[in-house]
Ligand binder design. Structure first.
Ligand SMILES: O=c1[nH]c(=O)c2ncn([C@@H]3O[C@H](COP(=O)(O)OP(=O)(O)OP(=O)(O)O)[C@@H](O)[C@H]3O)c2[nH]1
Ligand SMILES: [Mg+2]
Length: 204
């Protein structure tokens, strides 16, 4: 079983100041930089755009394999991220396969997938993985935001942002000011746990 860290930020002090983030997604990179550069103990991102092949499996298996491969390519510590969009009516699918579903079906097709089902409930799941290096097993940090899949509203800048309306907000991610999305998103919840973990490292 992969190790999933719990968020216990209050007991930690800030010691890691910079980390390599391996992703091919510029929108992810922008949000991660915005979230980690804020707060009392900012963490700087050294971005590495590498094309990492992705395995099939659960969100955890996909996240672990991506991070293992990234640490091997970099020959050093790094973080990676995998994002899933999960439909309640489909027991969590498309999940980690949302990238292909979005590319082939678009926003309208994603909505059509749920026609005929009794619920349009969905959740966004972000899984960060941290590896200390090529010989270390990645550790996972998950963040989840619940919401509803809706017909697209707002600018189509980032993936399925226009189709996902977090519960109780009345706005899709795409309609939100970036700071609002970053305050309640699946990504910020996972990064809060990762930040706490990175800041728990003993001083060298
Ligand atoms: O509307 C969105 N709001 C988000 O907050 C968000 N985060 C990720 N995504 C999209 O969901 C798929 C995940 O696939 P994914 O995790 O494998 O990412 P990726 O392949 O683009 O990059 P990476 O694997 O190199 O990091 C890709 O289509 C991403 O564009 C998002 N869409
Ligand atoms: Mg990917």
């Amino acid at each position: 079983m992969p190790k999933i860290s719990e968020c216990t930020s209050s007991i930690y002090s800030a010691l890691v100041k910079k980390i390599a983030f391996v992703t091919g997604n510029a929108n992810k990179l922008r949000e991660v930089k915005a979230i980690l550069s804020s707060g009392a103990h900012p963490i700087e991102i050294d971005s590495q755009s590498l094309d990492i092949p992705e395995v099939q499996g659960s969100t955890q298996e996909v996240a672990i394999a991506k991070c293992r491969m990234a640490a091997k390519l970099l020959q050093g510590p790094c973080i990676t991220e995998d994002t899933a969009l999960c439909f309640e009516a489909m027991n969590g699918l498309p999940g980690p396969y949302i990238k292909d579903f979005l590319a082939k079906l678009g926003h309208e097709g994603l909505n059509k997938m749920l026609d005929g089902f009794s619920t349009r409930a969905a959740w966004a799941l972000c899984t960060f993985a941290y590896s200390a290096g090529p010989d270390s097993e990645p550790i996972l940090f998950e963040g989840r935001t619940d919401g509803t899949l809706v017909p697209a509203r707002g600018p189509a800048v980032f993936g399925w942002d226009p189709c996902f309306e977090p519960l109780g907000t009345g706005q899709t991610y795409a309609e939100m000011d970036p700071a609002r999305k970053n305050s309640l998103s699946h990504r910020c919840k996972a990064l809060e746990k990762l930040r706490a973990y990175l800041q728990s490292f003993p001083q060298e």
